[in-house]
Design a protein around this ligand. Structure first.
Ligand code: HEM
Length: 440
């Protein structure tokens, strides 16, 4: 049994100098092409594997031993995000949160949220129709999705509260997106640095972490306290309301799990997906034309597409999957972790190993997707459709995304409403710049 192959390692520092600084998924994909489905890298004595192939990710991460998350010093411990559903280790707190969220937004519960989704999409279209020429659809969309998630999670509807909670969540998310990438902060490589006093030169990161932790606590506490005052009576229902009813929560001792669980739902990946959709419509006008024809044929002119029409719109469905495949919103997923030794084919994966799935890399696997750089919804239609991204874009095993059903509802509703109302084009002779970057 051997370690999987990977970049050259040196004593003590391992392969730290090979670790990519940005757009890590592109370099990881090159490693997969060079070394194979699973790549091992030693980072300052930490074991890391990159899973760059669908079957490797599926086999390894569906195994319950890979259900943990690595202990991220900066994002998890110092910024205080290790109690969120997304970063919590596989412990009792995580299991309780996951159970609550499943009951609050499982498939049936998600159906009850459809009116909120429909209203959100209609309000978004309305604000675009009211816009002047200089209006930035991007900001209008981001605001719409952000407010929508807070309404759905907490049942908060006051405009000033929504603005405040969205701004806070956006701030925290930006920090998280940056801090979660290994190498952004030295303390992740040298955990001992966390004991430096804040005033010492070089310990500025601790001040920054303390300020972010305060924002994290506000993001978790403030909307929760506001929403709990009216939780039993709020209409339409919220995830918080469903959980409090199903778990008969009327005392404070269960508040810890519920507030962290609901506070983890700020899933703005939907916004990234919708932005990618707009770009695809600009670059592939024939795809947009086919979608318009399908809507006209199935829904008819003058009628607005509804949830019930979803199954009758295969081309719109294929556009949604192709949007998620073409530029997956979370290109490297969220790292998994195992405390015990694992095996994959002839390879041994050491205990205490972090695993990244290169989700972006899966989307570029030319054994699975023909011409992967091309946006082509047709690949999911016809007698021999290619592998649906549903299998990998929401992650793997027991840590897979809890918001996938809900995200698909929103994508369907917004995409069909946008296509129904608009022809998406850019002014003639304007170059289209394609740039994808992580936050910050
Ligand atoms: C297109 C939209 C979305 C995509 C592509 C997406 C993708 C993902 C991925 C790749 C993971 C990591 C899975 C793993 O570790 O294997 C994840 C986890 C998660 N997602 Fe999503 N997500 C989306 C929308 C949402 C939404 C709307 C919500 C909330 C309403 C949400 C809540 C979460 C949570 C809480 C986790 C952590 C689960 C855990 O660690 O137990 N996501 N998502």
């Amino acid at each position: 049994m051997f370690l999987p192959p990977g970049p050259k390692s040196f004593p003590f520092i391992g392969a730290i100098f090979s670790w990519p600084k940005g757009h890590a998924w592109v370099k990881f994909h090159r490693w997969t092409q060079q070394y194979g489905h699973i790549v091992y890298i030693n980072l300052m004595s930490k074991h890391v594997v990159i899973l760059g192939h669908y079957s490797a990710a599926k086999i390894l991460l569906q195994n319950s031993s890979f259900t943990d998350r690595p202990n991220l010093q900066m994002a998890g411990e110092l910024m205080g995000l290790s109690s969120t559903l997304i970063l919590a280790p596989n412990n009792e707190h995580w299991r309780k949160m996951r159970k609550m969220i499943h009951s609050g937004m499982g498939h049936q519960a998600t159906m009850d949220f459809m009116p909120i989704v429909q209203n959100g999409a209609e309000a978004f279209i309305h604000s675009l129709l009211q816009c002047s020429d200089s209006c930035k659809y991007h900001e209008t969309l981001r605001k719409s999705i952000g407010q929508h998630i807070i309404q759905f999670a907490y049942g908060i509807h006051s405009t000033s509260s929504l603005k405040k909670h969205v701004a806070l969540a956006e701030d925290v998310l930006e920090e998280l997106n940056y801090a979660i990438v290994f190498g952004s902060y030295l303390v992740d490589a040298f955990p001992v640095l966390k004991y430096l006093p804040q005033w010492m030169p070089g310990a500025h990161f601790k001040m920054h972490a303390a300020a972010t932790k305060k924002k994290v606590m506000d993001m978790i506490d403030l909307p929760f306290q506001e929403a709990m005052q009216t939780v039993q009576t709020v209409e339409p229902p919220s995830v918080l309301q469903k959980i409090t009813q199903q778990f008969h929560i009327n005392n404070t001792n269960k508040h810890l799990e519920i507030k962290w669980a609901v506070g983890s739902l700020y899933g703005v990946q939907i916004f990234s997906a919708l932005t990618v959709f707009i770009l695809a419509m600009v670059l592939y006008p024939q795809v947009q034309h086919t979608a318009h024809l399908e809507l006209e044929h199935v829904i008819g002119q003058g009628c607005v597409p509804k949830y019930e029409d979803w199954k009758a719109l295969p081309y719109i469905n294929a556009i949604i999957w192709e949007t998620l495949r073409w530029h997956p919103p979370i290109p490297l997923g969220v790292p998994h972790y195992t405390k015990t030794q694992q095996w994959y084919k002839d390879y041994c994966i050491p205990a205490h190993c972090t695993a990244f799935v290169n989700i972006w890399g899966l989307s570029r696997d030319s054994d699975i997707y023909q011409d992967p750089e091309i946006f082509s919804p047709e690949r999911f239609l016809g007698p021999k459709p290619e592998l649906c991204p549903e299998k990998w874009v929401f992650g793997f095993g027991r840590r897979s995304c809890v918001g996938s059903d809900y995200a698909l509802h929103i994508l369907y509703t917004y995409i069909s409403a946008i296509l129904h109302h608009f022809d998406i084009t850019i002014p003639k002779d304007t170059p289209v710049l394609q740039a994808f970057s992580p936050s910050k």
